[in-house]
Write a protein that binds this ligand. Structure first.
Ligand SMILES: Cc1cc2nc3c(=O)[nH]c(=O)nc-3n(C[C@H](O)[C@H](O)[C@H](O)COP(=O)(O)OP(=O)(O)OC[C@H]3O[C@@H](n4cnc5c(N)ncnc54)[C@H](O)[C@@H]3O)c2cc1C
Length: 443
């Protein structure tokens, strides 16, 4: 956590917002309905507030993300879904177990509207969870899943809110009603902020393509410049080496389809930024066809993977495949600053002709006598004289200096390579607080 005090304040705020409906209901507890009904209502109320808070966690607010980091918030967002599911399913189940007459509320033909809204909300929540947990097995593309997830999330909260207000239990007092009105207003504001105001700001601060140069392994490096640098004020656009941004091409900044890419250029030259993008199946396959002058929208910078946020007497950059991009950004920045601290770049690839940013690495080697580069090739050609195989504990033990525990480490690769490297570094006595990782697979 970057600032523990601010972090603690956000955590306390989160808990208070989650429990507020419960606390307010206790002001005028209605014992007449009995413990189990009140417990069921409590579970429903807290579940609903937590669902509203899921929007805040996913909203990429600079204030919250700046403290915890986008990857931590995403993991927390997922973990909270488990608690939300338990509370929201417990809400009706407690009633059904306590008094089977409540089962009649499941009859969508005869049940009152307030119950129908509840049933719809719980069914939609089930669909949201199933499509998120089993997205790949259901063969849902990321784009379809993202649109579905957004629409379902809004519908779930709206139908649940209508259910609560129609029942009128523990929402009939002015302060109780006020609470749900404030919650609803904040919920709507987050939606307007994320989906309307921020995209409009991005439209004003749009970038344009300067050039596209091909890279090995089906990747391309895109160079962008701001259409109007003044839109970022006197300081101009700034990012920390190693950070990433969400980008989108085309005319419409209001779409939800943005993709995260690490800057692969120096933070000392923010007027022209570069992204190196490897073609997958969707958006990334269109990047190579971009033309100079094409419009690009950029939401960022984000992320904590930066040597400027993790100072040390030297740096080790460990990557595989396209995971080399944030490392190029950090090394190019150190080179531009003339920083002479010792650096190691250890890169894994399948073939020696698939090394993404090979030219940039060679140029950095020229510029930085303090840089040691090690390429590990898992399926090398007969001519290859470098490391043969994957990045392993043996390779790291051989390459890293004796005072390796004092250095700062930056990792970006596939999950398998990252897990191997993190275990190997721990075995080699590197403190986990010196190891900083970025995983490209978010969902
Ligand atoms: C912090 C971060 C930095 C990254 N930096 C780079 C980089 O420098 N260069 C690079 O080539 N790739 C990078 N990636 C990966 C890149 O975002 C995905 O490869 C890209 O979004 C795939 O788009 P597609 O439409 O071609 O994907 P598809 O082929 O449709 O999907 C492939 C996979 O990419 C992921 N993905 C797809 N769309 C999105 C999205 N909108 N948001 C998040 N993930 C998505 C999903 O896990 C999906 O399974 C980074 C990812 C993250 C999280």
């Amino acid at each position: 956590m970057r600032s523990p005090i601010r972090g603690a304040m956000w955590v306390i705020g989160y808990i208070l917002i989650a429990l507020a409906p419960l606390i307010l209901s206790l002001v005028q507890l209605d014992p007449g309905r009995g413990f189990w009904v009140n417990l069921s209502v409590a579970a429903g109320f807290v579940g609903l507030s937590l669902m509203g808070l899921q929007f805040l966690l996913a909203a990429r607010s600079v204030q919250v993300t700046g403290v915890f980091g986008p990857d931590v918030l995403l993991r927390f967002h997922r973990q909270m879904t488990v608690l939300i599911a338990v509370l929201i399913f417990a809400h009706p189940i407690i009633l059904f177990v306590w008094d089977s007459r409540f089962l009649a509320l499941l009859n969508v033909v005869t049940a009152p509207a307030r119950a129908k809204f509840a049933v719809v909300s719980v069914l939609l929540l089930t669909v949201l969870i199933v499509t998120s947990v089993w997205r790949r097995r259901l063969r849902l593309s990321y784009q379809v899943w993202q649109a579905l997830h957004t629409v379902l999330a809004v519908l779930i909260v709206v139908t649940a809110l209508v259910h609560v207000l129609m029942i009128g239990y523990y929402v009939d007092q002015p302060w109780e009603r006020a609470l749900w009105i404030v919650y609803s207003a904040v919920f709507i504001w987050i939606g307007v902020w994320v989906r309307v105001i921020r995209p409009a700001l991005r439209w004003r601060r749009r970038w344009r393509v300067v050039s596209v140069r091909p890279q090995p392994a089906g990747a391309s490096t895109v160079t962008l410049e701001l259409v109007d640098p003044a839109t970022y004020g006197a300081d101009g656009f700034r990012f920390d080496a190693g950070q990433y941004a969400w980008i989108r091409t085309g005319a419409n900044p209001f779409s939800i389809d943005y993709h995260p890419f690490s800057f692969s250029s120096s933070a000392e030259r923010p007027d022209r930024v570069e992204f190196t993008i490897k073609a997958e199946h969707g958006f990334t396959t269109t990047v190579g066809e971009l033309e100079p002058g094409d419009t690009v929208y950029l939401d960022g910078p984000w992320g904590h993977l930066s040597m400027d946020r993790n100072e040390g007497p030297g740096f080790v950059f460990l990557a595989a495949g396209v995971g080399v991009t944030p490392m190029i950004s950090m090394l190019a920045t150190l080179a531009d600053r003339g920083d002479t601290r010792p650096c190691w770049l250890i890169v894994g690839n399948r073939h020696e002709d698939e090394i993404i940013c090979a030219d940039e690495i060679a140029e950095l080697q020229q510029r930085m006598p303090n840089l040691t580069v090690v390429h590990a090739i898992s399926r090398p050609g007969p001519e290859w004289t470098g490391v043969r195989g994957h990045i392993s504990a043996e390779v790291l033990d051989e390459v890293l200096p004796h005072d390796r525990a004092r250095l700062q480490y930056f990792l970006c690769a596939s999950d398998r390579v990252m897990d191997t490297a993190q275990t190997a570094l721990a075995d080699l006595g590197v403190p986990p607080t010196h190891v900083h990782a970025e995983r490209f697979a978010m969902a």
